[in-house]
Ligand binder design. Structure first.
Ligand code: NAI
Length: 710
């Protein structure tokens, strides 16, 4: 194995190079290597200054997250200990210059801040993204960052977790020079030149720089604003609040005591359910790409040209997702007005992004130029991937697949965006079912990260691997799911929606149910979701699934009435709620009266329902369905279901997804409640055998997943 850290010399400057692919994480061996190299360079009388630089595509991009996961399991140990190394760097008698390209994030930034100077290439990013893992900068980052950038900027970086680019970092004082490079290798030259300029000068220790720590009164306002920002952008999350507490310590305590305080907080944070859940999500999002039976080396088809059929809500969104990734798109409709509407919606969307400053007009123009609207299949014979996004109708989808089968080249992947239909039946309309797969995008498709990759009986391994690659290319998370009704996400959503409606019939208002759900952390309440998707859609799905009902099964009663009244949701300004122009849901007494009358007419006893019961009934019914899905093999792992729910259904990431959440509650408890609800409400609550089995064994979904990975 090559050494992860090496030392060389250039123009009297010691150059420490970290080479720990792929992202130069601070894995075991790296900190030790840096220390040895530093001490050697410090002793070497021919060396006047020291540059630390990284090989490969990035500076040190952070801690080794496997080590963090270990630390979250054993928080008393406090996690990887970088403190002695950082002090050693800062105490070095010769100036240490950190040379940054790619990303200096988390532990990487903390290490960089212990240097005496930092230089970076223009497109480098620097940040403290720890909040995304439910933790805080734990290697003195909360103490050094405000000393370099001031308290307000440090608060913003730690609460938002967003990285900043080199120019802004320079302006803020986080780095000392932007190295404008034309050729590769210039960062090293620039850093060595910088080092020669500062060699011989007394070193500047970040920990001794107190001039930007502000006054008590200024800081009080900054921290209050930080807490307000955290409540807004990271609702219910504890990590940003802990980060603020540690930053506050930087402003009130001497450096060493501040570091001690930071360490105490880190132990608390690592022990939190939220950190464990978010670290679980980090690994779960990466694990989805490992699909049993699809080896890593499986060949993929190159995808450069995409044909999309249908320029409605989904077709338009998918076209934008492709254009955003630089992929050229043919967008086909049946009639000019529909095509015009579709293109106008795309233009409006991009226009609004330009107005909000998300990207420039030039970028918008480039993206628009990649989308080619048309009424024919012209050019579809050259497409590498065709995605069908027409109305949800089996005869129509079969007709379309029959048409494209005649046109598409033999190695073209044929995908349907169906949200409910049988992908094998669709594939059977072609002469090449091995090329057919479901790519279930979520609305709005250019924003939502989830794609369910629906694998029926037929697709070849190459088609599955290509689908995973496409999802990645579009910046999305592709999760392979089985071909069952509603696949994974919607299949779990249906009982959840149904249960919410039962709760309303039994005495909760829609807004009480929604409040309990959003307080729990859901991005939106389920009634608000129903209004957004459209009551007509929910009604159609309910009708379609009616044949699956068992005799005497309880059925929600109010939805059909809303449909008959034309209360079709947001688009009509009324559904479960009323809406004004801002689309804020407003509780509607008319709906309350309708629910009450419907319940009374049906003889349903009404009572006050606690938020705890609302959560148990809405979430446990999903978990129970999730357990069935797992048992049937329609999801590969419980963690896949978690990824689906956190990326596509607004389930809070800090609870780790429904299956992880079930583990944190304890499967014995979840099962006991499901069992009680079964006795009380009948067969819709029949416990999934896998849930019962794991509860009886004192096991968990995580253990079940681990067993499957072996
Ligand atoms: P939509 O009604 O907005 O768009 C469908 C479009 O297909 C219409 O513009 C229609 O003119 C066009 N079309 C119909 N026949 C065509 C043909 N032969 N050739 C070309 N274009 C044709 O429907 P939406 O919402 O975009 O749904 C499309 C598909 O995506 C459906 O299968 C739906 O189940 C699925 N889906 C919808 C989601 C949503 O939130 N709306 C989410 C995920 C999947």
């Amino acid at each position: 194995m090559t050494q992860p850290v090496t030392l060389s010399a250039r123009d009297g400057v010691g150059v420490i190079t970290v080479d720990n692919p792929p992202v130069n994480a601070l894995s075991p061996g790296v900190p030790e290597g840096i220390r040895t190299a530093l001490e050697t360079a410090e002793r070497d009388t021919s060396v006047r200054a020291i540059v630390l630089i990284c090989a490969g595509r990035t500076f040190i991009s952070g801690a080794d997250i496997k080590e963090l996961e270990e630390a979250a399991r054993n928080p008393a140990a406090g996690g990887p200990d970088l403190h002695p190394l950082l002090t050693r760097i800062e105490d070095c008698a010769k100036p240490v210059i950190m040379a940054i390209h790619g990303m200096a994030l988390g532990g990487g930034l903390e290490l960089a801040m212990a240097g005496h100077y930092r230089v970076a290439v223009a497109d480098a990013s620097l940040g403290a993204p720890e909040v995304n893992l439910g933790i805080i900068p734990g290697a003195e980052g909360t103490q050094r960052l405000p000393r370099l950038v001031g308290v307000a900027a440090a608060v913003d970086m730690c609460v938002s977790g967003k990285p900043i680019k080199a120019a802004q970092a320079l302006q803020m004082g986080l780095i000392d020079r932007v190295i404008t490079s034309i050729n590769a290798g210039d960062l090293l030259s620039g850093a060595v030149a910088f080092a020669s300029e500062v060699a011989g000068q007394p070193v500047r220790k970040t920990r001794e720089r107190n001039d930007r720590l502000g006054s008590a009164s200024e800081n009080a306002a900054i921290f209050a604003a930080g807490r307000a920002q955290a409540a807004k952008i990271r609702r219910n999350q504890t990590a940003p609040l802990f980060a603020l507490e540690a930053l506050e310590a930087a402003t009130t305590l001497p450096f060493d005591q501040g570091c001690k305080k930071e360490r105490e907080i880190v132990r608390k944070v690592l022990a939190s359910d939220q950190a464990r859940a978010m670290i679980h999500m980090f690994f779960a999002e990466r694990a989805v790409a490992r699909v049993p039976g699809i080896p890593k080396e499986t060949a993929t088809y190159p995808i450069a040209n995409v044909g999309i059929i249908g320029a409605g809500t989904m077709g338009g969104g998918i076209a934008m997702a492709c254009a955003n990734a630089g992929i050229s798109v043919l967008l086909k409709e049946t009639e000019q007005p529909a095509l015009d509407r579709g293109m106008a919606a795309i233009r409006k969307n991009y226009d609004s992004s330009v107005k909000k400053g998300r990207f420039s007009q030039a970028v918008m123009d480039q993206r628009m130029a990649l989308i080619h609207p048309q009424l024919t299949y012209d050019g579809f014979d050259k497409a590498d991937l065709i995605i069908e996004a027409v109305f949800e109708s089996m005869p129509l989808k079969k007709q379309i697949f029959g048409e494209i089968d005649k046109i598409a080249k033999p190695d073209c992947v044929l995908a349907s965006n169906t949200s409910t239909l049988d992908i094998d039946e669709i594939a059977a309309a072609t002469s090449r079912p091995q090329m057919v797969i479901g790519l279930h995008f979520f609305s709005p498709a250019h924003v939502m990260r989830l794609v369910e990759i629906v694998r029926g009986k037929h697709p070849s391994n190459e088609v599955v691997a290509t689908s995973l690659a496409i999802a990645k290319k579009l910046g999305k998370v592709g999760v392979v799911v089985g071909n069952c009704r509603g696949f994974v996400g919607n299949r779990m959503m249906l009982p959840y929606m149904r249960e919410a409606q039962f709760l309303a019939e039994e005495g909760s208002t829609p807004e009480q149910v929604d409040k309990a759900l959003t307080d729990f952390g859901m991005a939106m309440g389920i009634f608000a979701v129903d209004d957004m998707g459209g009551i007509d859609l929910a009604y159609r799905v309910k009708q379609e699934y009616a044949y699956l009902r068992k005799p005497g099964e309880r059925v929600p009663l109010v939805l059909d009435k809303l449909y008959e009244m034309g209360r079709l949701g947001q688009k009509r300004g009324m559904g479960w709620y009323r809406y004004d122009e801002s689309r804020t849901p407003i509780p509607d007494p008319e709906v309350h009266a309708l629910i009450e009358k419907t319940a009374n007419d049906a003889g349903i006893a009404r009572r006050t329902i606690t938020p705890e019961e609302i959560i148990e009934r809405c979430v446990y019914i999903m978990i129970n369905e999730g357990a069935r899905i797992l048992e049937e093999g329609h999801a590969q792992r419980a963690a896949d279901i978690d990824v689906i729910y956190c990326t596509g259904y607004g389930f809070p990431g800090y609870r780790g997804g429904p299956m992880w959440y079930a583990d944190t509650v304890g499967l014995k408890k979840v099962y006991a409640r499901v069992h009680e609800f079964h006795k009380q409400y009948g067969h819709l609550w029949e416990p999934a055998p896998l849930l019962k089995k794991l509860a009886d064994e004192g096991s968990s979904f995580a253990v079940w997943d681990a067993g499957k990975e072996k």
